[in-house]
Write a protein that binds this ligand. Structure first.
Ligand SMILES: Cc1ncc(C[n+]2csc(CCOP(=O)(O)OP(=O)(O)O)c2C)c(N)n1
Ligand SMILES: [Mg+2]
Length: 282
């Protein structure tokens, strides 16, 4: 009984301290994050315009609407942190890169020679290796498993961020990965970008609800949901706390957001999944 109370008080104090540190982080970095998100958006719009101008038929997975997330993660991560990204990775590639690499990132989406991956990878597997991005994959679920391998080789006090989507978590690899991450207590943060779409289908159309909160709880993994992509306060405090906790326990963060751009279908609601050139008016 005495030990229970002692444990409870010590846990509460740790949480209190973490909450305070997260708030301080927010106040210190708010402006930087807002500016960085704006830059990420501008570059994506530039890519879109260029593709229209060049009449490029290469696919592009822009992430307009996701900028606050990648800008915040870029502010929270430390230099030794690693990233394993999915096909929609452009916002992370920009957020994690230095200004001098922006032009070569843009060039990669058009497969030009002077590009971040020499025009070999294009948008879906693009990775600026100098920015901590170890792997990027267009095969759904594949970057999740690879992310675990990366995490197993992490330097002390570094974390591997594994990005995925509401469609990719339907792959068996996701479930196996979270079980494995917990079993080995790997320092990983799974970021689920839930934009409601997987190619042309909404969650309602293709499957039943997956309650990630309960799924995480059943495995003893910490879970947080970011309800508003527009709240830098919510994103930065939750991401900051997850980064600290990930050193002792795997973390899952689900982010509700809308991927802007794409096409309006004739027979249904606006399709926010973006896999084409965005319309200029959006
Ligand atoms: C193993 C595998 N199955 C199917 C696909 C085809 N595919 C490409 S993107 C995509 C939808 C992904 O949805 P989500 O993970 O939610 O990411 P979003 O595009 O919405 O950001 C699918 C099914 C694939 N690339 N790999
Ligand atoms: Mg999706």
């Amino acid at each position: 009984m005495y030990l229970d109370i002692k444990n409870y008080i010590s846990k509460s104090l740790i949480n209190l301290k973490l909450n305070l540190l997260a708030r301080i982080f927010y106040f210190k970095n708010k402006l930087l994050i807002i500016e960085s998100a704006q830059t990420i958006k501008e570059i994506m719009i530039k890519i879109s315009r260029l593709k229209i101008k060049e009449k490029s038929e290469l696919p592009i997975h822009l992430a307009i609407g996701h900028e606050n997330l990648s800008a915040t993660i870029s502010a929270v991560k430390t230099n030794d942190d690693c990233f394993s990204l999915t096909h929609r990775n452009i916002h992370f590639n920009i957020a994690l890169s230095k200004i001098k690499d922006y032009e070569r990132i843009i060039n990669e989406t058009l497969l030009y020679d002077n590009s971040i991956n020499n025009g070999n990878y294009g948008c879906m597997t693009m990775r600026n290796r100098k920015s901590g991005i170890k792997y990027t994959s267009s095969i759904l679920g594949n970057n999740i498993s690879v992310g675990l391998g990366i995490a197993s080789g992490n330097l002390n006090n570094s974390v591997t961020w594994i990005q995925t989507g509401d469609g990719a978590i339907e792959e068996g690899a996701f479930y196996e990965a979270i079980v494995f991450a917990k079993s080995r207590n790997l320092p990983v943060i799974f970021i689920i970008e839930n934009n409601n779409w997987s190619l042309g289908s909404s969650i309602k159309e293709r499957r039943s609800e997956i309650n990630i909160k309960y799924l995480s709880k059943s495995l003893g993994i910490d879970f947080q949901k970011i309800k508003s992509i527009n709240s830098i306060f919510e994103i930065s405090t939750k991401i900051y706390k997850a980064r600290k906790r990930a050193l002792n326990n795997p973390q899952i963060i689900e982010v509700n957001l809308k991927t802007l751009g794409g096409q309006k279908s004739l027979d249904r609601e606006y399709q926010s999944y973006h896999c084409g050139i965005i319309k200029e008016e959006l």
